[in-house]
Design a protein. Structure first.
Length: 160
């Protein structure tokens, strides 16, 4: 069974995000072993400089990389990533498992983005849209799309 890790910066503070995450965790348990990994968000002043932001992104990226298991196929969620339909993501995940990948890690940066170090290590850079979303919502979007991908691969009726 495939292991899927969703590694993110920060915690889900609002109950509605936690509830949505818990629902997808429950649904995904039929298809994969799911791990949610949260790393600490860097504290920044109210009006951070570009250097402070860059330093925070790098520190968060190092914490994320430390928590990704060796050999996992990493997917970096970033605005400059490739957009793809759900069917293509499903096919990609299925192909990786055929190729012997047993662990896929989706990596979500903090509110200022994802470090270049994480992006360089990623097997796929993925963007859900050119729009900007809160990183808490990005976690739910990842979980939903992974759930949808499994349903597409299994011929389920969830994806219409």
């Amino acid at each position: 069974m495939l292991t899927v890790t969703v590694a993110c910066v920060g915690k889900l503070k609002e109950a509605y995000w936690r509830d949505a995450c818990a629902e997808y965790q429950k649904r995904l348990s039929a298809f994969c072993r799911l791990q949610i990994v949260e790393v600490a968000e860097e504290r920044l002043p109210d009006d951070p400089s570009a250097a402070q932001i860059a330093s925070a992104i790098d520190a968060e990226g190092q914490r994320l990389l430390f928590r990704i298991p060796s050999g996992a196929a990493m997917v970096a969620l970033c605005i400059e990533g490739k957009e793809m339909p759900s069917e293509a993501l499903s096919h990609r995940l299925s192909q990786w498992t055929v190729d012997g990948v047993s662990h896929v890690a989706f990596v979500i940066g903090g509110s200022f983005g994802l470090s270049d170090a994480v992006k360089r290590e990623a097997r796929l850079r993925l963007s859900f849209s050119p729009m900007t979303f809160p990183h808490q919502l990005a976690r739910i979007l990842v979980l939903e799309q992974v759930y949808r991908a499994f349903h597409i691969a299994s011929g389920g009726k969830y994806h219409k």
